[in-house]
Design a binder for this molecule. Structure first.
Ligand code: NAD
Length: 244
């Protein structure tokens, strides 16, 4: 069921923690993968599509570029994301533009371009990476939480609207994951990332925060035929620790 031989995929944020794990897992199961990030040098993949997702032309063209490079496009993983801290009164226009641009507008642009390509091939799967904070927000990250709620909602809308074309659109909503995003956040605030990750793990019923592979496996499930009846779902992957 988790076999991807003959399938092709585009993964954004492929140089980051979760993205790299998704690329490794898809390729290990036989998929051919186009990786997208600002710098994908050194990532093993079948196509490298470097660029800045804030560049509308780049985001609009990614799906077609992946389809051209790989011959078809079966799977898109809209994984790239940025986190900005702060309440609304602490959020400048630059942070707003960055968060909305990467977390919402880029997946919108990529999906808008991918859907007709997939429809022309008879179907496909799109998986968006939301967050538990998009379902129940946490304090001090107002715009990040809003963008993750927006991508969760867009997933539900696109899921409904494009299922009839054979395209299944779903999302994962992780809680804390041991990636550069989380670790650099700790380091910026003066905490030792290893200690902070271990302490955070003790707050999770499963006893540890997620590793990127824990999230990648659920993304692969949603991309696979095993999830053939799942549409518009936002799947929480949280080790038993939902955000209150
Ligand atoms: P990460 O920082 O390791 O990776 C994010 C990747 O996105 C990076 O490689 C970065 O270069 C890329 N990216 C960011 N802005 C870009 C731009 N303008 N153009 C091109 N690429 C860009 O983070 P991660 O933890 O692997 O996050 C992946 C996804 O998971 C994100 O959407 C994030 O919001 C979500 N998420 C993460 C956590 C967590 O605790 N780490 C929790 C919930 C959700």
């Amino acid at each position: 069921m988790m076999e991807f031989a003959g399938k092709t995929a585009l993964v954004t944020g492929a140089a980051g923690g979760i993205g790299a794990a998704v690329v490794r897992a898809l390729r290990a199961q036989g998929a051919r993968v186009a990786v997208a990030d600002r710098d994908t040098a050194g990532i093993e993949a079948e196509a490298h599509l470097d660029g800045n997702l804030l560049d509308a032309g780049y985001a609009d063209g990614l799906a077609a570029a992946a389809a051209r490079a790989l011959g078809r496009l079966d799977i898109v993983v809209n994984n790239a994301g940025v986190i900005t801290r702060g309440t609304v009164t602490e959020t400048g226009d630059d942070d707003w533009d960055l968060s909305v641009g990467v977390n919402v507008q880029a997946p919108f642009r990529i999906s808008r371009a991918a859907i007709p390509i997939m429809a022309g091939q008879g179907g496909g799967a799109i998986i968006n990476v939301a967050s538990c904070w998009g379902l129940r927000p946490g304090p001090g990250h107002a715009v990040y939480c809003m963008t993750k709620a927006a991508i969760a909602s867009l997933t539900q809308c696109m899921g409904m609207d494009h299922a009839h074309q054979g395209i299944r659109i779903n999302a994962v909503a992780p809680n804390e994951v041991n990636t550069p995003m989380l670790r650099t956040g700790f380091a910026r605030r003066g905490f030792d990332p290893d200690t902070a990750v271990a302490e955070l793990g003790r707050t999770v019923p499963l006893g540890r925060i997620a590793e990127p592979e824990d999230i990648a496996d659920v993304i692969l499930f949603l991309a696979s035929d095993a999830a053939r009846y799942m549409v518009g779902a936002v799947v929480e992957v949280n080790g038993g620790k939902p955000v209150k």
